[in-house]
Design a protein around this ligand. Sequence first.
Ligand SMILES: *Cc1c(COP(=O)(O)O)cnc(C)c1O
Length: 396
Amino acid sequence: MALAILFSFFVLFSAMLVMTMFERELDRLAKDGLLRHIKSRRSAQGPVFNIEGRRYLNFSSNDYLGLASHPALREAAADAGEKFGFGAGASRLLGGGCSLHERLEEITAAFKETEAALVFNSGYAANTGVIPSLASQSGVIFSDELNHASIIDGCRLSSAEVFIFKHCDMDNLEGLLKKNRGRKKLVVTDSVFSMDGDIAPLPDLFSLCRRYGAVLYIDDAHGTGVLGNGRGALAHFGIAAEPWILQMGTFSKALGSFGAFVAADKNVIDWITNTSRSFMFSTALPAPVIAASIKAIDLLKKSHGLLRKLWANRTMLAGGLRDIGYEERISETPILTIRPGSLEKTLSLSNFLWEKGIYAPAIRPPTVREARVRITVTTVHKESHIRSLIETLKKF
Ligand SMILES: *Cc1c(COP(=O)(O)O)cnc(C)c1O
């Protein structure tokens, strides 16, 4: 009996220790200005939205073309729900997918000018599934130091040796490629770096990979629907899809839907279908989500105005930032950043904007090394929204 009581006390005590440990760690994060909070919308995604009961101008979303709440996508999703229901019920290999999944893959392959494509449940799932499928134990991966976290995790999950090359530094990459002659090589890069907005030097990466016999894997999450008339970064540079190039992209950003794809040669896609664990062991996306992605590509192909307006807005915002003394350092895309120099100043700028009803979040370590306010501009921002952001920034 006494022993039992003693044991319960011990269990209780251990539980308390664990709890205070989390509390301490959270306090530390808060003190360092690194504690994050989930912000929930009370309205649809768009240039103006409602968070926790207040109206904000929204400069935070990756919904570059404003398709996330587009009536045509809502309608396509509703129709698909009517026909196929909502849940998919199983993985693709077990009959979870429907004819819409196949259709989306055909359309995506045609759009990317590849033989085939495979739909993944998210960009995160694609990178953590495909990279290990491509890079086996005997292989080596070369990954840009600023690649997206999902690429980093994909590299970690693979059993290959990983070399990190300096950001967009082709000399550094070539040196590493030279040292690894005779091995199976995979070079991985973001096309548009998500937190900086700069574009990877794809023509140089293309020549290096061809010269050294490496497979090139491009994460086009922020290029798809934005660059190259919406066809992505390869199209932007006029590079044709080669059998040794894989283009990954998402339906969740410019295309306003959800999920991701990998487009490549048929053999490569078949290999991934048979080996990629995040594909094999996860339930297929619901039909309404797939229908929305199909509709988004359809709109993108038909409505050139969507892209024209995106780039016009981007030019206006970049010009406005320059006019008030924010040097536009690197970005060539709708992702623009302001880097006040310290974490405190970045947080204080972001909080100032928040108080004035503008949402442009502070991006901080460990997401990035140098804290910044990340501003994304979209097709559906009005000129008055952009002017309002610039006027408010001037007052800071
Ligand atoms: C957003 C993003 C992903 C992840 O895509 P999700 O569909 O949101 O999971 C992958 N890579 C890059 C570069 C991204 O920006």
